[in-house]
Design a protein around this ligand. Structure first.
Ligand code: BGC
Length: 255
């Protein structure tokens, strides 16, 4: 198995894409730190399912919008499962609002989780790798909206655009240490972040019209990409974004 002997931290892995990524990394041989903010039972359930795969897992709560919490998460993860090799910055949030209605609280929430949280989780992970003199892999869960405008989700789009530049910049700065940094840009995936959309047949139909493969993606579609980027098969890839969106981002056709 291609991740045997590796230990991964997947943020936001009690549900959605993060859950599928954690299970897939474990299926490929890794031990996994499950991070969650507000769903302890789901996190414990993921831990149990990883145990049945014969791998070790622990669930740790943290509010990643605060740097000190990100630092504690990594420290606890290392204490409980040993040195980390792989970080998947998956936790992310979005808020739907017209630009003129966005509150300061919602703006801060999206930016603090999607950008500041990723920044300080990654910083702590990198300090850990440097201190233990080991290479590592960082995988950021971005979105097609690191490129594609997303009206009524301006802070979200800004956060993903920022994440794109974090991936590119850190890829260069960390390359001398054998640390690779890549992003995955999912399109429309069936997860809790999309609950409103999934429950609205009209919105759903409009969305599917924009997707050349004519279906939403599943968390498993994304997990396979993360497992590849976490593996030795991706050793020569850094600073890249792999788009997994059924063709959504570059969809254009003229009859
Ligand atoms: C967002 C979803 C959206 C999808 C496609 C994702 O990044 O989280 O809300 O449906 O992009 O637009």
């Amino acid at each position: 198995m291609r991740l045997t002997g590796k230990t991964a931290l997947v943020t936001g892995s009690s549900q959605g894409i993060g859950e599928a990524v954690a299970l897939r990394l474990a299926a490929d041989g890794a031990d996994v730190v499950i991070h969650y903010r507000s769903h302890p039972e789901s996190a414990q359930d993921v831990v149990k399912r990883i145990a049945t795969l014969g791998r070790r897992a622990v669930a740790i709560q943290a509010d990643l919008s605060r740097a000190a919490e990100a630092q504690r998460l990594i420290a606890d993860g290392v204490t409980r499962l040993g040195p980390l090799d792989i970080l998947v910055n998956n936790a992310g949030v979005e808020k739907h609002a017209d630009f003129w209605d966005v509150s300061e609280g919602d703006y801060d929430f999206v930016m603090d989780v999607n950008l500041k949280g990723v920044f300080f989780t990654t910083q702590t992970f990198v300090r850990h790798l440097l201190a233990t003199k080991r290479p590592g892999k960082i995988i950021n869960m971005s979105s097609v909206h690191e490129e594609l405008p997303f009206p009524r989700f301006t802070p979200y789009s800004m956060s993903k655009g920022g994440l794109k530049m974090m991936t590119r910049t850190l890829a260069i700065e960390l390359a001398p240490f054998g640390i690779t940094v890549n992003s995955i840009a999912p399109g429309a995936i069936e997860t809790p972040i999309n609950r409103t959309l999934l429950n609205n047949p009209e919105k759903l139909r409009a969305l599917l019209d924009n997707i050349p493969l004519k279906r939403m993606g599943t968390p498993v579609d994304i997990a396979g990409v993360a497992a590849f980027l976490a593996s030795g098969d991706a050793d020569y890839i850094t600073g890249a974004t792999i788009v997994a969106d059924g063709g959504l981002l570059w969809n254009y056709d003229e009859q």
